[in-house]
Design a protein around this ligand. Structure first.
Ligand code: ADP
Ligand code: ZN
Length: 765
């Protein structure tokens, strides 16, 4: 077949009008569910004119061969076209959960995070909602074969009921008054056959939803707000009632300063105005107290998180869309909750990295919330005691960001006394590798007084550094003094600050000592063993991701501790987050500067945040509580300022460093990761990518910098070697054209097993 006749045949298949002549018709733009960044145009046949609306899932021919694919209809326009479009073949799911706002938001996410629009909408609309609601229904009918052997009475009755037609299985059994065994016998003898058909599932779907009911009167409603709380409520309220005001508020206050109470009061007014609110929380397992508090205060609260049962999730989403829910509390994907009358979005603990998605699209829920606020013209409230430095910078720079301070804790709540303990030389009589004598002593006192303690040991396995067994000195960089991380794969040391590599020293760097070096990095398990030796009678509760897989495990552990069935709660960073236990009079952090060795420009920020959070866990009511922060280097700015609970001092110092190294918020990053079973391939492809990006960057903007490809700090993950390339530019708008150019020139298709593009990456390991 010649190319010409080939084309002609295709045109005949798809032709709706006369080729080459302009005509008016309905055309839909579709985000096809394939890896393409484009939207495709399709003609809407007359028969589907009513059914094809924005937000529905359609079936369309795609590609040269016109293979059938699914896609999200994004827009429908009636226009004059001088082009022939293939027609949409059918509508798969007609009740659109994607409304105009979510479509616009989805397209923005797709563009901003460089993820194909079809795949982005898949994230917004959970998988089960993409399928029409059908169920399998069984029918039986007679085969017409003659009866060779005599039948039992029951069998005959069933055959009579079925007759010539086709009967619903259960109805037939009931009408004949027989059990399934007669049916099976008749089938075995070839007299009856089964037919299974899919039929629309019309069963009711809005019942039995995870909506809590309220206690109407609550003592918290009668709290006299602090001056700070009052001012915050009023400021947010003004933006809520004025129709069409997009504003971002940073509610900035130490733990226990009453931020949650501010959310509650503002949400009250949003609901009273007939609108809905979304409250984003970092992790549902740790948000039980927030969920409880909101459910206590509001009548129609729904909880959304990734581990909900499919059916519950679906019902909840439909209830939200139907307006049967006032407040949605949820983790990052809840930012896409189909609220039709949204009045407010809150992101609690906005600095938390769990707001960043771990798969494409790598969206950040806080940033998507801000975008949604802009689209819907509503206020967005970000709450934090330790705002992300990006947010802090935005508050200082952008006119639509407003800072609301809650300078002190609410009446009756006091921050504990905070002390730092310098770790170093092992003291005489020290019985523990991890606990200093003063922390051991305080623990003993706390236990003796029948009170509780929380111990945080944020030791991650891959942050291995070397420490002298004799004098406690850690191996640091000769060039810049930062701690060196031991890389097992290369058997070398790397500096996280200046990137220098060095050999592993054999002995302590202090010549006068010369002690032998030991790999440090003792985990929570070791802490548990030591506590067992020191305090054999104490009841321990461990909380970490090694021991806990499921949400229920966390909840059970926390409940146990809340009920004082355990004396010491120990674990990794999650013990620092979101919990409020009045009986905790001692909080200990074992190695506050442990995270600082990480080769990640956010290491200091994370360390600071963690210290402030864990301090906030102690004695929220009683007073006289103590937080002991152990660190090797107590003079590090992150440690010093955190112990003083001085966020602004920290921000100033850290922003100075970020500026010097052209790190965010002074630049925007894109991280490209090439992963492959073959390390050589991953390296070669990443190197090639860096070269190509550099060429493109040179054409676009002088301010774009593309670093050399290098092995990731976590060099292997799930059996694959990982190399990354980082591109940075002063502003996000400078990177956008780089991505576009790369896409156009097919630079973004390295031949590796797994390739990811992460815009505004958080995880740098
Ligand atoms: P944050 O969210 O900043 O940690 P919360 O809103 O949880 O602070 O407040 C801490 C505690 O103080 C809570 O138990 C809360 O019920 C209580 N609280 C909040 N505001 C007030 C107030 N104005 N007066 C008295 N108690 C308050
Ligand atoms: Zn030494």
């Amino acid at each position: 077949m010649t190319a010409k006749s080939d084309k002609k045949q295709r045109d005949q298949l798809w032709l709706l009008g006369t080729e080459g002549r302009a005509r008016r018709e309905l055309v839909a733009e579709v985000a096809v569910r394939v890896r393409t960044s484009r939207l495709y145009h399709y003609a809407v046949p007359d028969s589907l004119a009513d059914a094809v609306r924005p937000g529905v899932l359609v079936r369309v021919p795609y590609g040269r061969a016109g293979q059938m694919r699914e896609g999200w209809c994004v827009r429908v326009t009636r226009g004059t076209w001088d082009q022939t479009y293939k027609p949409i073949e059918g509508v798969i799911v007609g009740d659109a959960l994607l409304d105009e706002t979510l479509l616009e938001l989805g397209l923005w996410v797709s563009e901003y995070y460089a993820c194909p629009p079809g795949l982005t909408f898949d994230t917004i609309v959970p998988a089960m909602l993409r399928k029409p609601r059908v169920r399998k229904v069984r029918y039986i009918r007679a085969t017409g074969r003659t009866v060779d052997k005599p039948l039992s009475k029951q069998q005959q009755a069933l055959l009579d009921v079925v007759g010539e037609g086709e009967v619903h299985r259960d109805e037939a059994l009931q009408a004949a008054g027989v059990g399934p065994s007669s049916l099976l016998t008749l089938r075995k003898r070839g007299l009856l056959e089964f037919i299974t058909r899919e039929e629309p599932d019309v069963r009711a779907s809005s019942d039995n939803l995870g909506v809590a009911t309220a206690v109407p009167e609550n003592e918290e409603d009668r709290f006299t707000l602090t001056t700070g709380q009052q001012a915050a409520v009023e400021a947010i309220d003004r933006a809520t009632v004025t129709p069409g005001e997009f504003k971002v508020f940073l509610l900035f206050g130490v733990p226990g300063s009453g931020k949650t109470e501010v959310y509650v009061r503002v949400i009250c007014r949003v609901i009273a105005a007939g609108r809905q609110a979304i409250v984003l929380v970092p992790e549902i397992a740790l948000a039980t107290q927030v969920v409880e508090r909101l459910s206590r205060r509001f009548e129609r609260v729904a909880v959304l998180h990734s581990r909900l049962k499919v059916s519950v999730r679906e019902r909840t989403l439909r209830a939200i869309a139907a307006g049967a829910v006032d407040v949605v509390i949820g983790t990052r994907t809840a930012v896409f909750a189909p609220c039709r009358r949204l009045g407010l979005i809150v992101a609690d603990e906005e600095q938390e990295s769990s707001f960043k998605s771990l798969a494409a699209p790598f969206f950040h829920a806080r940033d998507v919330a801000i975008k949604r606020g802009q689209i819907e013209k509503i206020p967005v409230v970000l709450g934090s005691a330790t705002p992300a430095l990006e947010t802090w910078t935005n508050v200082k720079r952008l006119p639509h960001f407003e800072l609301l301070r809650l300078p002190e804790r609410v009446p009756g709540a006091q921050l504990p006394t905070v002390k730092v303990v310098e770790l170093g030389r092992r003291e005489l009589g020290q019985t523990s590798d991890l606990l200093s004598p003063v922390l051991t002593h305080r623990l003993r006192e706390t236990l003796a007084a029948g009170q509780q303690a929380i111990l945080l040991h944020n030791r991650r396995g891959y942050a291995v550094y070397l420490r002298c067994e004799h004098c406690g000195l850690t191996v640091t960089c000769e060039r810049c003094g930062a701690h060196l991380v031991y890389h097992r794969a290369d058997n070398r040391m790397k500096c996280h600050r200046c990137g220098a590599w060095s050999a592993v020293p054999a002995r302590c760097l202090d010549d006068s000592c010369g002690g032998s070096l030991r790999r440090a990095g003792l985990g929570v398990q070791r802490l548990e063993q030591e506590l067992g030796h020191l305090f054999p009678k104490a009841r321990l509760q461990r909380l970490d991701s090694d021991t806990m897989r499921r949400r229920e495990d966390y909840a059970a552990a926390l409940e146990r501790f809340a009920a004082h069935e355990a004396d010491i709660l120990l674990g990794t960073q999650m013990v620092a987050k979101g919990l409020d236990f009045p009986r905790v009079m001692l909080v200990g952090m074992l190695e506050a500067d442990a995270g600082l060795w990480l080769p990640d420009f956010r290491a200091a920020e994370s360390a600071f945040q963690l210290i402030v959070q864990v301090v906030g866990r102690a004695g929220r009511r009683e007073g006289d509580s103590l937080a002991l922060i152990q660190a090797e280097n107590v003079t590090l700015p992150a440690i010093r300022t955190a112990v003083e609970m001085d966020y602004e001092a920290f921000a100033e110092i850290e922003l100075g460093i970020r500026k010097r190294f052209f790190d965010p918020p002074f630049s925007r990053l894109i991280r490209f990761i090439c992963a492959d079973a073959k390390a050589s391939k991953a390296r070669a492809e990443a190197t090639g990518l860096a070269d190509r990006l550099r060429v493109l960057a040179g054409r676009i903007h002088a301010g774009i910098r593309v670093d050399d490809a290098e092995a990731c700090v976590i060099p292997r993950l799930r059996e694959m070697a990982r190399y990354h390339v980082i591109a940075r530019a002063p502003r996000e708008v400078d990177l956008r054209p780089l991505l576009h150019a790369a896409e156009r020139e097919k630079a973004l298709f390295p031949r590796v097993k797994r390739f990811t593009v992460n815009v505004d990456p958080i995880e740098m390991l």
